[in-house]
Design a protein around this ligand. Structure first.
Ligand code: BG6
Ligand code: MG
Length: 219
């Protein structure tokens, strides 16, 4: 039986995947990498420095910057991103997600956050959702990011539940791989066909409820 949920944050609870994209697009312009929908999609779930490496590589600039310059580019992106997330309020919770989170807690499920973002605690706070989660995995303490299972395995430790009793919610391909490799049940939220490896697939956050999950689990 499912007893807990491990949530990705960006693109699952709030539409910050779009804000990350907006900030990275400026970085891509700075380094001269063409910005494409495919590149934007591939960056979802990927840590800040790895994302920068991917943007550089996509434009053939993998060896054009020193470590110090790369850190400066990543800092610049983060500053732009932090300006964008400053204004987030509970009104920015994606449709249905606030109700789903409150219902799950009311029904006795345990909730944790498995986000690659170092900004996750601030965002959850701005959304007014911190109190619903038992804990947040600190991505700074991971030896490998998504698609490695480590972050979701750590989220299970936070919940104090075995992996088999956990559903992981994700909007990224890297995150779905991480959940599957951890031995949890993956729930993907994306356009039809985008997350083929997700065990349970939803095309919108508004469709994610305890009832619809139960139905899909039994299919
Ligand atoms: C993930 C996002 O949740 O966090 C990525 O999907 C982002 O796009 C990553 O790069 C790291 O976020 P931050 O806030 O630590 O730069
Ligand atoms: Mg995400």
């Amino acid at each position: 039986d499912i007893k807990g949920f491990a949530f990705d944050l960006d693109g699952v609870i709030t539409d910050t995947a779009r804000l990350h994209g907006q900030a990275w697009r400026q970085t891509a312009d700075t380094v001269g990498t063409p910005w494409t929908a495919e590149l934007a999609e591939s960056l979802k779930g990927i840590s800040r420095l790895e994302s920068l490496e991917m943007i550089l590589a996509a434009g053939g600039h993998a060896n054009d910057y020193t470590e110090r310059e790369k850190e400066a580019l990543a800092d610049e992106k983060n500053k732009a991103y932090q300006e964008l997330i400053k204004t987030l309020t509970p009104a920015d919770i994606l449709p249905g997600m606030g109700d789903f989170i409150r219902d799950a807690v009311a029904q006795g499920y345990r909730l944790s956050i498995a986000s690659a973002s170092k900004n996750a605690p601030a965002i959850l706070n701005n959304l007014g959702l911190t109190k619903y989660f038992i804990g947040i995995v600190d991505p700074a303490t991971l030896s490998a990011g998504k698609p490695d299972p480590e972050i979701f395995v750590r989220a299970a430790a936070v919940l104090d539940l075995p992996n088999e009793q956990i559903i992981g919610l994700e909007d990224s391909a890297a995150g779905i791989k991480s959940i599957n490799a951890a031995g949890q049940t993956s729930l993907g939220i994306a356009a039809a066909g985008v997350l083929p490896e997700a065990k349970l697939h939803f095309t919108a956050t508004s469709q994610v409820t305890l009832a619809t999950i139960a139905t899909k689990m039994n299919q």
